[in-house]
Design a protein around this ligand. Structure first.
Ligand code: SAH
Ligand code: DHB
Ligand code: MG
Length: 220
């Protein structure tokens, strides 16, 4: 089944179910206009993150990897009054673009964009309230490190989601020399063997190609 079909089907469902407003459309447009990569989640994936956060009743969300703030906006809009989202971004230009996009969405008071490498910023979150949902979507070789921090920064009932775990099927190649593939494989293995996590993984096709998510529930 070709990419074109996946895109047309995404467009069909998006037209019925996924209401992308002006702030989200502009966030994508300005991310691309700034020359940043088109690595944001698809609209229906953003809505999935939003719904998962609402189903969980998340009051605190951690995102690792902001880009232009597209997934950030979907997630932040799931928060109740008084909720907060912390998002970590290493690239200054991404942090600048996302700051503007989040301001236009009216979410400046809800979203805390922290600048720097996530591995350096994560220890600074340990004193705060635990997070109800963690979305891991930055440099894939660091996913095992991010998982360890996600476990420290969550509580029973929290959800941990990892993006881009399939990469056109490359994930099954244990001999891959791609550090992103190895990062995602180790991440999944660590989740599998962790006694406090119950998880699944889903392959996805759509406007963003062929990829997938891992989702884990912190059980205890
Ligand atoms: N979550 C975004 C997409 C993120 S793309 C969305 O769906 O809209 C991945 C982002 O991770 C990029 O902006 C990249 O600059 C950032 N990143 C890469 N390495 C990082 C690191 N070590 N620490 C923090 N952010 C990093
Ligand atoms: C890449 C990263 C992402 O987070 C994504 O959703 C798609 C692609 C990448 O680094 O290629
Ligand atoms: Mg991603």
């Amino acid at each position: 089944m070709p990419q074109q079909t996946w895109t047309v089907v995404d467009d069909y469902f998006d037209g019925l179910l996924v209401e992308e407003d002006a702030a989200l459309t502009a966030a994508t447009a300005d991310t691309l206009a700034a020359g940043l990569p088109a690595h944001q989640v698809a609209p229906n994936q953003g809505k999935l993150l939003h719904l998962l956060a609402r189903i969980r009743g998340a009051r605190t969300i951690l995102e690792i990897g902001t880009l232009g703030g597209y997934s950030t906006i979907w997630l932040a809009r799931a928060l109740p009054e008084g909720g907060r989202l912390v998002t970590l971004e290493a690239d200054e230009r991404c942090a600048d673009v996302s700051t503007a996009n989040i301001a236009r969405a009216g979410l400046t008071d809800v979203v805390d964009i922290r600048r720097g490498k996530a591995a350096d910023l994560l220890p600074g979150l340990a004193d705060g309230e635990p997070f109800d949902l963690v979305f891991i979507d930055a440099d894939k070789p660091s996913n095992p490190v991010y998982l360890e921090w996600a476990l420290k920064l969550t509580r029973p009932g929290s959800i941990i989601i990892g993006d881009n775990v399939v990469r056109d099927g490359a994930v099954v190649d244990g001999d891959s020399t791609d550090p992103r593939v190895q990062g995602v494989r180790r991440f999944t293995e660590l989740i599998a063997e962790h006694p406090r996590l119950s998880a699944t993984a889903l392959q996805t096709v759509g406007s963003k190609g062929y990829d997938g998510f891992v989702m884990a529930l912190v059980t205890s």
